[in-house]
Design a protein around this ligand. Sequence first.
Ligand SMILES: *Cc1c(COP(=O)(O)O)cnc(C)c1O
Length: 342
Amino acid sequence: MTIDIDWANLGFDYMKLPYRFIAHFKDGKWNDGEITEDATLHLSESSPALHYGQQAFEGLKAYRTKNDEIQLFRPDQNAERLQKTARRLLMAEVPTDFFIHAAKAVVKANLEYVPPYASGGSLYLRPLLIGAGDIIGIQPAKEYIFTIFAMPVGNYFKGGLAPTKFIVSRDFDRAAPHGTGAAKVGGNYAASLLPGYNAHEAGYSDVIYLDPATHTKIEEVGSANFFGITKDHEFVTPLSPSILPSITKYSLLYLAEKRLGLKAIEGDVPIDDLDRFSEAGACGTAAVISPIGAIQNGADYHVFYSETEVGPITHQLYNELVGIQKGDVEAPEGWIYKVELD
Ligand SMILES: *Cc1c(COP(=O)(O)O)cnc(C)c1O
């Protein structure tokens, strides 16, 4: 191994691994792509990705099982979401088979950097699709670059399964009512950098965004979806066209109902009705499940289950989800893709 890694203390930081996958779209079609050691993109200074934000990304993880097998969690869902994002931004779509082939190739090339089973870490894959080429008018690119790089990661939010506090943003939204909130694009993140920075400076993990039209309902966290557990054993998560549809969230909706016997509900989550929840959390590939200990909502500081301990149902959901991802718990049909190691 060329990079020394402290597996037990991985956070969520970029690490330049030896290999990544890159493919180019030109004259209406994708080339075969290849694994490369070159970690630098070469692109025209006029690329639409740089000027007009014509770019999209994804995030998924590879896990090492107890038996040293390597598996991906629902990569077909990431491929489909990237296609949906591409259609919203008039970009070339990456076919699902091609996406999964590229993801597996990157994992195989960087196999020794998939964290050991016992470390609790995983290999995070970052697919990136950008509009490139010599074009300066406001129009979609004719050329695209699709790349996937990888890095070993541990916890995204500092606490891991320890609850952290979040703050509601009213001065800033991450997305417009009919904008690109449901597309996984950098522009939404550019809009969230300032409120995110302010939240961190004030000691919060991240921002809770409200629906941009009325500011009365929870939408999501800047980089993860929101869920709450009601006192009546319901798993509730917001439904809105400007939320990024989290694959983790949809997986939890399924598991909450089928495995934990909760009632799974996608619906409105009024910010002034947090009392209904006994537990709350943020979920996403990077965040996994991050318990929300408390939400600062204007002058109101609302504590959920506890500010120091994860709630019992959130913990059960975590065990079920992570158990499936690491191969310890039987997965629903089609959720796990093994990486063939020859
Ligand atoms: C990627 C992302 C999520 C989480 O989605 P997963 O598919 O669960 O990783 C949530 N919110 C935003 C804004 C995101 O970009």
